[in-house]
Design a protein around this ligand. Structure first.
Ligand SMILES: NC(=O)c1ccc[n+]([C@@H]2O[C@H](COP(=O)([O-])OP(=O)(O)OC[C@H]3O[C@@H](n4cnc5c(N)ncnc54)[C@H](O)[C@@H]3O)[C@@H](O)[C@H]2O)c1
Length: 341
């Protein structure tokens, strides 16, 4: 019995993600919330012959709280996508407030849910959710995830393209660590389950890393003003949510890269910090999942000199992004009344 909730369920990512969650036989209830169109999306999905009972909610009459009631897993693709010429800072200014409000709803109505943040910039929106939960006294770092799976999915696809067999892509596993934007995305290609041809060195290696780091730009450009990745993101979001749900159901040994608060596993977090040579509150690494969320944060392990350079380049950007999220919440609450449950 798993209740999954999508916040931003009528959007470009939200709709196909809701479809894929409706198709997941482990989901028995699906709550959909958006500021528009959820009754229609819910009615449409409710005709699909799978176990999940679907309900759609809009903001009036405490719709957010009603959607969230009893949620085990909450996935958040709400907000505005990147358009050509828009920077991550522009995006942050719009999405930060949306995420803060939705996190407030989760703290009130589903404080024990596992929360999966898709809304960009993930490096900053995850800290926003954490800071809001801290204000309400409901923060459990084991239950909060930044969804970086699209970088993992892109790595599998691009590596299998280079190998020359797309049919391999579902089996190609490349850990992607760091964060979820530009240079903070660090694919550990040396740990790929399938080795790259020896020709992929020097500039070919740099081009592959660059394509994984900036794959989102390819889509933004091709969509030409109509938004960013939606279908591949919905696939990736459903992949990650599916793993979280299987772990929630008691399946053991499920591991996936995700952007987490390193206090979720003190020992694993300390080992990772030692590898990084610097304290960071959040970082994406391979994480083992259990019924209560994160059970173990895995270290980077053996990486090449080139990968160590990429990690080093990611750190200052991550520090800045994390601070931006934390400061946003501190500023927002400065003048406002302290929150109450
Ligand atoms: N993590 C990733 O890899 C990744 C990849 C692609 C896009 N994204 C991000 O996902 C987000 C959504 O992208 P999209 O293409 O689906 O955008 P979209 O505009 O198509 O959909 C966003 C939806 O959010 C809804 N929304 C806005 N404010 C809301 C609120 N307060 N409460 C509930 N819903 C609200 C909108 O009504 C809309 O339906 C963006 O922030 C985008 O940058 C993340």
């Amino acid at each position: 019995m798993v209740k999954a909730v999508v916040l931003g369920a009528a959007g470009g990512i939200g709709q196909p993600l809701a479809l894929l969650l409706k198709a997941n036989p482990l989901v028995t209830e699906l709550g959909l919330f958006d500021i528009v169109n959820t009754p229609g999306v819910a009615a449409d999905l409710s005709h699909i012959a799978t176990p999940a009972k679907v309900e759609g909610f809009l903001p009036p009459d405490d719709g957010l709280l009603k959607a969230l009631k009893g949620a085990d897993v909450v996935v958040i693709p709400a907000g505005v996508p990147r358009k050509p010429g828009m920077t991550r800072d522009d995006l942050f200014k719009i999405n930060a407030g949306i995420i803060k409000d939705l996190a407030t709803g989760i703290a009130k109505a589903a404080p024990k849910a596992l929360v999966l943040v898709i809304s960009n910039p993930v490096n900053s929106t995850v800290p926003i959710v954490a800071e809001v939960f801290k204000k309400f006294g409901t923060f459990d770092p084991k239950r909060l995830f930044g969804v970086t799976t699209l970088d993992v999915v892109r790595s599998s696809t691009f590596v299998s393209e280079i190998i020359g067999d797309l049919a391999l892509s579902k089996d190609v596993v490349v850990p992607v660590v760091g964060g979820h934007s530009g240079v903070t995305i660090v694919p550990l290609l040396s740990q790929s389950s399938h080795s790259l041809p020896s020709s992929v060195d020097g500039s070919a290696y740099d081009a592959l890393v660059n394509r994984i780091q900036f794959g989102g730009d390819e889509v933004v450009k091709a969509k030409n003003g109509a938004g960013s990745a939606t279908l591949s993101m919905a696939y990736a979001g459903a992949e990650f949510a599916g793993k979280v749900i299987r772990a929630l159901n008691g399946e053991k040994g499920i591991i996936a890269p995700t952007y987490v608060n390193l206090s979720a596993d003190a020992e694993g977090g300390a080992a990772l910090t030692k590898e990084l040579g610097q304290e960071l509150a959040y970082f994406s690494s391979n994480v083992e999942l259990g019924p209560g969320g994160i059970t173990k944060i895995n270290p980077l392990g053996k990486i090449t000199e080139k990968e160590a350079e990429l990690v080093k380049a990611a750190i200052p950007e991550l520090v800045k992004n994390i601070e931006t999220g934390v400061n946003f919440v501190a500023e927002a609450y400065k003048a406002a009344e302290e929150p109450r449950l």
